[in-house]
Design a protein around this ligand. Structure first.
Ligand code: XLS
Ligand code: MG
Length: 342
């Protein structure tokens, strides 16, 4: 714990650099090496997809054995498992979506695979299930029924909530990519949907900076919305340069001021004091050599902590006076100078 915050990242955040336009450019670090990196960089927890932990096609007893081995490795390094996310969107059945698919078999697969992910979460000691609906949207409007998709989304959440009475679901919404448009593009949409489930108390959100920007929204305002509902249970900090593909840049490198706004709000409302993590979801630039392909994690954490220092050094009385006199030009100048170190 540093300055009151705990940090996490996922093994997919250290990768070979392959993208839709080109092959790998670096060798993969092994799982154990990634844990070493987490430990050396002073991270506190690892985020997982179900199959980041274990081959989900193994038998239940083999899965149990393997997950226990991984748990031991985490314990040895004093690392926790923040969440498990079911990677439901890669199976041949789910080429065109999972729980909102027109195909009944795909919808059944989504539920069964998610139950497996919950079993894995329980074995590894994570109480959170993160749900990123990758292909729950469309490219062609008339191909699917947008009303029915939402009904099916609720039905799916209900099956999950019913399967395990303790698991919490954190919806991580994203407006597009890989789909042209997602049926449930933002936090607000998801919380509205959650209110229709059998147990809304166990449904919250994980907000990723880049996803909110892709939706044309302000990340800190989205976080404020979730905080007001008591639903900000996870974050994926990163940065994003406008309405493009999901860039997952190092936190704060594109727009430090926008990063500061997020830290300001998280500080103000004591995010993390109920055990939430400052989660990162950042990609390695394709140009990085293997030996330095973890700097985006190290620097995201450092930039976050540096912004915490700046936020803590702000003169709140001064800010309050400027708010009262509505001299927002002065607020902008004050904050910008702080970021510039002046
Ligand atoms: C993709 C998502 C993904 C989730 C975990 O855009 O951010 O990486 O965080 O499934
Ligand atoms: Mg994410």
């Amino acid at each position: 714990m540093e300055k009151g915050y705990r940090f996490s990242f996922g093994p997919w955040n250290i990768h070979t650099g392959a993208d839709p336009f080109g092959p790998p450019v670096r060798e993969e670090f092994s799982f154990d090496e990634k844990l070493d990196i987490a430990f050396n960089l002073k991270f506190d927890a690892i985020q997982f997809h179900d199959d980041d932990i274990v081959d989900v096609n193994l038998s239940a007893s083999e899965i149990e054995k393997k997950v226990k081995e991984i748990k031991k490795k985490l314990d040895d390094k004093n690392l926790a498992a923040e969440f498990v996310a079911p990677r439901i969107w890669e199976h041949p059945l789910t080429v065109d979506g999972t729980f909102t698919s027109n195909n009944l078999e795909a919808r059944k697969y989504a539920v069964e695979r998610t139950k497996k992910a919950i079993d894995i979460a329980n074995l590894i000691g994570a109480k959170n299930l993160v749900l990123w609906p990758a292909r729950e949207g469309s490219y062609t409007r008339e191909a699917k029924d947008a009303k029915l998709a939402i009904d099916r989304f609720v039905e799916y959440l209900n099956s999950v909530l019913d399967y395990d009475k303790n698991i919490r679901i954190l919806g991580e919404m994203k407006p597009n990519e890989p789909m042209d448009a997602s049926f449930c593009p933002t936090t607000g949409h998801f919380l509205a949907l959650a209110s229709r489930t059998i147990d809304p108390e166990r449904v919250g959100v994980l907000i990723e900076t880049a996803h909110t920007i892709l939706a044309g929204l302000e990340p800190s305002d989205e976080m404020g919305f979730a905080l007001s509902f008591g639903k900000l249970w996870g974050i994926h900090l990163n940065d994003q340069n406008g309405l493009k593909f999901d860039e997952d840049r190092t936190f704060g490198v594109v727009n430090p001021k926008r990063a500061l706004s997020q830290v300001y709000l998280l500080e103000k409302y004591k995010y993390g004091r109920n055990g939430e993590y400052v989660g990162l979801d950042v990609k390695v630039l394709r140009t990085q050599k293997k030996a330095v392909s973890y700097k985006h994690l190290q620097y995201s954490r450092q930039i976050f902590l540096a912004l915490v220092d700046i936020v803590r050094s702000l003169d709140e009385n001064k800010l309050e006076q400027l708010r009262a006199s509505q001299d927002y030009e002065e607020i902008d100048y004050y904050i910008t100078n702080k970021i510039l170190g002046r």
